[in-house]
Design a protein around this ligand. Structure first.
Ligand SMILES: Cc1cc2nc3c(=O)[nH]c(=O)nc-3n(C[C@H](O)[C@H](O)[C@H](O)COP(=O)(O)OP(=O)(O)OC[C@H]3O[C@@H](n4cnc5c(N)ncnc54)[C@H](O)[C@@H]3O)c2cc1C
Length: 500
């Protein structure tokens, strides 16, 4: 039994087991880091939230070994169309139905509670990860050795404390950890109330279609999204003089939906009014306290990137934490977390705001300029992934800040399944550095392993690329001298053991 006078010790305490906290805990589980997750609620959040995630997120879910469990709970999305008040298409954001260089599809639809259940279930695989529900964290005190974390067990009112090397606030928009960090928020200016409604179809309504639709109608902007199974989502603007409680009442909700659907066709699963914000925390770290997910940034959902950004935070952070905890890197490695992630998420939020201007019809031209104008056809949108901000990528070398593709191995497997959550050097053929790299725990993948590697290297005018556990390019080499430099920077490396 735990001696009450000696607090339990963990390498990392995660506050909040939403999708970001649960993903981070799975990644730390893989790395063998002693992790405690403290969550206030007994069950996953019941109100409607995320419905879309992208290929990069699926790659993270693959890394934590849960893609196969998540995939059957998703459907592929053909994309999103923006229509004006007369139904004329303004913007076409169709998505290709082929695999992307990530090895997955560009756009998956899902139901957030289903995803969270799989992520939480995944934690049971790791003896080094403990999840405690109904535990409300209320105080954090850090000193040079660690953090004292105090929480209340809401099931019986017991106050408990534990010690942690690091505390990660995955505690959502109203983050307590952010308050202890003392961070203000940069306000990017978009704040709108929307009524979000999930319906379950009682009979087929194929006419509603598979595309997401943005009804850019100045009288009442609205969004339709086909969900998984029989679930269908509408998001409808709440006007300035409307009351948030009244508009979410079933009678009013059905009235607003009546141009598309009636109670004959569907039952109301849930409806809630959200204020969509666009904010970024100014400071993501203070010593041993860090933020990830909605605690660090919030975006209007028009790009479907809020949770995705948090999953990227988790993938960026976990291997760095593990390297520090395992003594392979100094704590200042954590300074690269915000510097890399903040510009990336800011670019996505700014684009979501521009698209919001098309939807609410207040800045249509500026929003459409984000796409490509075509003759006699609606503007075409293709969203390029932002680059990581300055951090670990070495110098001005090609591909700095880019994601590396996932190569198919000659035996048909996906490359990441072999690499695990570790560093890998992609090269044409075995290098003179091979033994030094493998001693440092860095894997090597050559054209003998995957036919796509050679052409990709040549396409970018490089002979090698060093890829981090979160799949971003850490360094590239155009010649042997540059390769020496890349290898030297990583031996002894800031690496974590491979999970393969
Ligand atoms: C209508 C809507 C549509 C959206 N659509 C999309 C989409 O299509 N794609 C997308 O990527 N994103 C979307 N999002 C955003 C997405 O839902 C969020 O970004 C995501 O849920 C954030 O995850 P998180 O883990 O950071 O925080 P949360 O999911 O908010 O989890 C935080 C957790 O911390 C717990 N907690 C808080 N404080 C404490 C404490 N003191 N002690 C213990 N536990 C605590 C909470 O109980 C909660 O479980 C949408 C959001 C909304 C509202």
């Amino acid at each position: 039994m735990q001696n009450k006078s000696v607090p339990e010790e963990f390498d990392v305490v995660i506050v909040g087991r939403g999708p970001v906290g649960a993903t981070l805990a799975n990644l730390l589980g893989l790395c063998g880091v002693r992790t405690l997750v403290l969550e206030r609620e007994a069950r996953t959040y019941h109100l409607p939230r995320a419905v879309h995630f992208d290929d990069e997120c699926m790659r993270v879910f693959q890394t934590i070994g849960l893609a196969d469990a998540i995939l059957p709970q998703t459907i592929l999305s053909p994309g999103m169309l923006f229509l004006d008040a007369n139904g004329k298409m303004l913007l076409d954001w169709s998505r290709p139905q082929t695999l992307t260089p990530m090895g997955w599809h560009l756009s998956y639809r899902f139901h957030q509670p289903d995803l969270e259940d799989v992520l939480i279930g995944g934690l049971a695989r790791f003896p080094n990860v403990t999840l405690r529900n109904r535990c409300d964290v209320f105080a954090l005190d850090q000193d040079e050795h660690g953090v004292r974390v105090r929480y209340e067990d809401l099931s019986n009112g017991t106050l408990t404390e534990v010690r942690a090397g690091y505390v990660i606030g995955c505690d959502g928009a109203r983050s307590l950890v952010r308050r202890f960090i003392g961070s203000g928020m940069d306000d990017l200016g978009f704040h709108e109330r929307w009524l979000v409604i999930d319906l379950l179809l009682k009979r087929a309504r194929d006419d509603l279609g598979d595309y997401s639709l943005q009804h850019c109608d100045p009288r009442r902007p609205a969004t339709y999204v086909r969900g998984t199974g029989t679930r269908r989502r509408w998001e409808i603007t709440v006007l300035l003089d409307e009351d948030s409680k009244e508009i979410a009442q079933p009678a009013k909700t059905w009235e607003l939906l009546s141009r598309w659907i009636t109670p004959d066709d569907a039952e109301l699963e849930r409806a809630a009014v959200y204020t969509f914000h666009s904010v970024i925390a100014q400071q993501w770290r203070s010593g041993r306290l860090l933020l990830a997910g909605d605690s660090a940034h919030q975006t209007p959902p028009f790009l479907g990137q809020g949770m995705c950004a948090g999953i990227r935070d988790a993938a960026n952070l976990a291997w760095k934490l593990a390297a520090i905890i395992q003594g392979a890197a100094a704590p200042d490695l954590l300074d690269t977390y915000q510097s890399e992630r903040q510009p990336h998420v800011r670019e996505f939020i700014e684009l979501a705001i521009r698209l919001g201007g098309v939807i609410n019809t207040k800045a249509i031209e500026a929003g459409l300029a984000a796409g490509q104008a075509r003759e006699n056809a609606p503007v075409k949108l293709e969203v390029k992934k932002p680059l990581l901000g300055p951090g670990l990528a070495l110098g001005e070398l090609p591909l700095a800040g880019h994601l590396a593709p996932q190569f198919e191995l000659r035996d048909g497997r996906r490359g990441d399944d072999r690499i695990g959550y570790g560093h890998v050097l992609l090269v044409e053929s075995a290098t003179t550095h091979s033994s030094r790299l493998s001693q440092a725990g860095i894997q090597i993948l050559t054209s003998d392993d995957a036919a796509g590697i050679g052409p990709w290297l040549r396409q970018h005018g490089i002979i090698a690329a060093l890829v981090r556990p979160d799949r971003y390019v850490r360094g590239t080499a155009r010649n042997e001298t540059e390769l020496d430099r890349v290898v030297a920077a990583l031996t002894p490396p800031t690496h974590v053991p491979s999970a393969a």
